[in-house]
Design a protein around this ligand. Structure first.
Ligand code: SAH
Length: 460
């Protein structure tokens, strides 16, 4: 971290701005908003600054810079186009331990101004540490778009109710749960629509309901790899979790999205891995944590209900009468096919879609049924790597042509995605060239990859 973001209280503090032009104006507006007493040192003032002077909002010192003007000054901004003068101001201020910012000269700044989203008292500051100001501005614009204009009113009202909550919930995590519920519920909408009466009613009724708080299990589908495929809802609940239980398929970067003081535990299962967790132990751990009142996020690759045993974990919680929610995710078939430019259905070539698990006892029966049908279809095979010889034999035995088109996609949607197109005749070879995890797509639609591939192309 090149800079430590802090919010400085400038109320009634003296600050000095050297320079009276348009650049100064922008900084002065900000300083005035923060309640600072602004001295402007310059031999002339822009029309807007003259106006501020006439309104007694700034103090104009019509003189050349001199060290004496730094007396009792908390921070100084040099906004002149005289490089020698800027350098001098920087050096003197540093010697006196006064915070200094020479506008547009990073080397001569002991602090920098971030891009700001102002929903006072909520303030969001974004900075690229001076490396890419346009990028931080674009990020700011995105945040501007998602934060309601009157969000400050929500924070103000919550501030007034804070003591009430403190006295009602003695335990710190009970208070946090309560506030999360309030900020995720109707309270916010009522305030945003200026209906304070209903907001306060909602607040007290939630308070009564929540005097005994329960733990909860939230199954979250993390998507197949690309962090951007986590849903907004998935992101929100990661921010609320006390404990996150995750699998090997989860990208480590995703754990950075978890609330900082939450506990993250890997409960991954892998064939032939001694440290591997079994499903019973995972279920027991979930039940134990939920019974202790924890909000447990179970983060699973893809979607929890597609070959993810999510249902079994919910059943375990249901058995003890616990609370749960499910947040869907993008399953590997959908994610990998999209990023490979393979439309899984197509009016001409494939009207039906089957997701098949190569480990299933029914695998050979499923293939037998499909081979007998007159349907046009695509088959997506999950967990096919270690079963590839079985897949080839089974398809051969059920009269699939050796020319049947197959795509082997490994590490789909990640920067390491690899797409290999072949046929049943060279499937084993292709799988040997690929890395785990791997998904197989069988059907004519795989030929679209050549025409519609986009992901590796842009990332090469
Ligand atoms: N619940 C998961 C599937 C778990 S089974 C989902 O909905 O996606 C694990 C299998 O998913 C792997 O063996 C592999 O076949 C497939 N898989 C998961 N992530 C993948 C990825 N990024 N690329 C290719 N296949 C993937």
């Amino acid at each position: 971290m090149n800079y430590l973001p802090v919010f400085v209280n400038l109320r009634s503090k003296f600050v000095l701005v050297v320079g009276g032009g348009i650049v100064s104006e922008r900084k002065i507006q900000l300083l005035l908003k923060a309640g600072a007493k602004v001295n402007v040192l310059s031999d002339n003032l822009s029309p807007n600054l003259i106006l501020l002077k006439e309104q007694n909002k700034i103090i104009w010192i019509n003189d050349k810079f001199h060290e004496k003007y730094l007396k009792k000054i908390y921070l100084v901004i040099a906004a002149t186009n005289n490089e020698i003068l800027n350098q001098k101001i920087f050096e003197i201020a540093n010697k006196k331990f006064i915070l200094v910012n020479v506008v547009d000269d990073l080397e001569k700044c002991s602090f920098i101004f971030p891009s700001i989203v102002d929903r006072s008292p909520i303030i969001v500051a974004v900075s690229s540490s001076g490396t890419a100001p346009v990028l931080s501005r674009l990020i700011r614009e995105k945040i501007e778009a998602i934060l309601p204009f009157k969000l400050g009113n929500v924070a103000n009202l919550a501030g007034k109710l804070r003591n009430t909550v403190k006295n009602f919930f003695l335990n710190c995590s009970d208070r946090r749960y309560f506030w999360e519920k309030i900020f995720n519920g109707s309270f916010v909408n009522y305030v945003l629509h200026n209906n304070l009466k209903l907001a306060i009613q909602n607040f007290y009724s939630e308070m009564k309901n929540d005097s005994t708080l329960h733990g909860e299990l939230i199954l979250v589908g993390a998507g197949p790899g690309d962090l951007g495929l986590l849903t907004l809802r998935g992101f929100q609940v990661l921010q609320q979790a006390d404990v996150v239980l995750y699998d090997y398929l989860i990208q480590r970067d995703m754990l950075n999205l978890v609330r900082r003081d939450a506990q993250c535990i890997c409960v991954g299962k892998r064939v032939n891995d001694k440290k591997s967790w079994n499903q019973k132990d995972i279920n027991n751990l979930i039940v134990e944590l939920v019974m202790k009142g924890k909000k447990v996020v179970r983060l699973k690759g893809g979607d929890s209900f597609i070959f993810g045993r999510g249902g079994e974990e919910l059943e375990a919680i249901k058995k003890i009468g616990g609370n749960f929610q499910v947040v869907p995710g993008v399953t590997a078939a959908i994610g990998a096919a999209s990023y490979a430019g393979i439309p899984l259905t197509h009016r001409q070539y494939s009207q039906n879609l089957f997701f098949v698990n190569a480990y299933s006892h029914d695998f050979s029966n499923v293939i037998a049924c499909l081979s007998l049908s007159k349907l046009s279809y695509t088959i997506v095979i999950y967990m096919g790597r270690t079963k590839c010889e079985l897949i080839v034999t089974t398809l051969n035995n059920h009269s699939f042509s050796i020319k049947t088109p197959i795509a082997v996609i490994s590490q789909g949607t990640t920067m390491k995605q690899q797409v290999l197109i072949g046929t049943l005749s060279n499937l084993v070879e292709l799988i040997n060239q690929s890395t785990s995890p791997t998904i197989l797509i069988i059907g004519k639609v795989v030929y679209f990859h050549d025409k519609l591939k986009w992901f590796n192309d842009i990332n090469k």
